[in-house]
Design a protein around this ligand. Structure first.
Ligand code: GLY
Ligand code: MN
Ligand code: MN
Length: 438
């Protein structure tokens, strides 16, 4: 693992410093999710829980008790069970949890109802992500009520529930050196998969053939899972923003929009490229594509410390709107078309999002109502596009059924930015040259 146990320990310490001494934090792991009878989805750990533990098993709860002399980091997890382990695989157990995860103590998850109220007792506040999981919410309230029932005997229940997410998500927003390293692997593997998909693409294949190529390349790069379901959208399908059916044909003359990224050691990449199925852009495709690319480059340029979160979006919207006017798709003054939001008919999403352990990562986008100022260590996507479905009123037919998105993952650095996903061509000439050499 690129992120070491010492770093997980540092994160817990930092969070505890923020919480203050007389509090307790409670974080549950993710649960297994049923896909079909007797079959679960591949397990994915909860990102908050993983960020603080590096522990990848379900049925676990992390408890943080700042200042507690007998131990501040307590894990409840599954017991070793030789029979269950024969059927379902290795379990860490309690002994190894203290050693390998750096916990002060670990208890069987089955004992949590007996132990946790005692740990809560006397603490003034509970840090907890209320509302994430209604069943777990009830259990936390239940543990607190257990103490409340003993008030006449001198017990003191925590009086206050505080949302754990603010402090934790602020930490997650700024990536450490190790996290950036992991994100670079995810980015590199994803970029290579996009290149392979471009080289594989040809009329007569299907979107599913291309998805298969992507997943194969992810796996070859040690990324077992995609960070999100790949979008492989040919022709008109590219105008459906979250198209994941991926079953359509790749027709000669159409564009193919691929939005796909791998997950490496929990960290996501998120790349979109749009290119011609047959390797040569038509004139209308190229005209639109060049404007999206220009918008993307303008937005990327606006990613630097001191600029705020909305600036890349504003830069992209300006260029995209200029393009729509220039190509005769929108009529009017650019300024006014931006003001009125007229461009949204063809560009209806934001230009990016934070990315990290979650592809749409955590972290506030606004602070006290103002767009957040970019800082080194933040990673965000830049992903402008045009989407012009057939039947778009007042729009010449040559533009119909074209959907284009170009997306890269950008690290904010002390002097500007670094594009993490630059390994896939996006200039028209480079795409055409690469596809000609297939
Ligand atoms: N792939 C999801 C997104 O681009 O936001
Ligand atoms: Mn994205
Ligand atoms: Mn994407």
């Amino acid at each position: 693992m690129i992120v070491k146990p010492t770093e997980f320990a540092r994160r817990r310490k930092k969070l505890m410093q923020h919480m203050g001494r007389n509090s307790i934090a409670i974080l549950p792991s993710a649960n297994e999710q049923v896909r079909s009878r007797d079959v679960n989805f591949p397990f994915r750990q909860d990102s908050d829980f993983f960020y603080l533990t590096g522990f990848d098993e379900p049925e676990a709860v992390l408890v943080l008790l700042p200042g507690r002399k007998q131990g501040q980091c307590i894990l409840f997890n599954r017991e070793k069970d030789p029979i269950a382990e024969i059927w379902h695989g290795h379990r860490l157990g309690q002994e190894a949890a203290t050693e390998t995860l750096g916990m002060d103590d670990a208890f069987p998850i089955g004992d949590i109802d007996d132990i946790l109220p005692g740990l809560m007792e006397g603490r003034e506040s509970i840090y907890f992500a209320l509302g994430n999981n209604p069943e777990f919410d009830r259990r936390v309230v239940g543990w607190r009520n257990t103490i409340r029932d003993q008030v006449s005997r001198g017990a003191s229940p925590p009086g206050e529930m505080i949302d754990l997410r603010h402090a934790l998500h602020d930490m997650r927003l700024i990536k450490s050196r190790a996290e950036i390293k992991a994100m670079k692997v995810a980015a590199q593997v994803s970029a290579e998969a996009h290149v392979a998909a471009m080289q594989r693409c040809a009329p007569g294949l299907t979107e599913l053939d291309i998805e298969a190529e992507l997943l194969y390349r992810f796996a070859r790069g040690d990324c077992r899972h995609p960070a999100y379901p790949a979008i492989v959208a040919a022709g008109a399908n590219a105008c459906i923003l979250h198209y994941i059916e991926n079953r359509g044909p790749l027709n000669d003359g159409d564009l193919l929009l691929i939005d796909a990224g791998a997950e490496y050691q929990g960290y996501a990449a998120d790349i979109s490229r749009t290119f011609p199925v047959n390797g040569r852009f038509t004139e209308p495709q190229k005209a639109l594509y060049e404007w999206v690319l220009k918008a993307q480059l303008a937005a990327i340029k606006a990613v630097k410390p001191g600029n705020h979160w909305e600036q890349p979006h504003e830069a992209a919207v300006r260029v995209l709107t200029e393009g729509l006017v220039e190509l005769g798709i929108l009529k009017g003054e650019v300024e006014q078309l931006i003001e009125s939001g007229a461009y949204r008919r063809f560009y209806m999403h934001k230009t990016g999002h934070w990315i990290g352990l979650d592809v749409h990562d955590v972290g506030d986008y606004r602070i006290h109502g103002e767009p957040r100022v970019l800082e080194p260590g933040m990673v965000l996507t830049i992903e402008p596009g045009y989407y012009i479905p057939a039947g778009s009123k007042g729009v010449a037919k040559k533009w119909w059924d074209i959907g284009i998105r170009i997306e890269d993952d950008i690290l904010v650095t002390p002097d500007g930015h670094e594009v993490l996903t630059g390994g896939v061509p996006k200039q028209v000439d480079d795409i055409e040259a690469m596809m000609a050499a297939r």
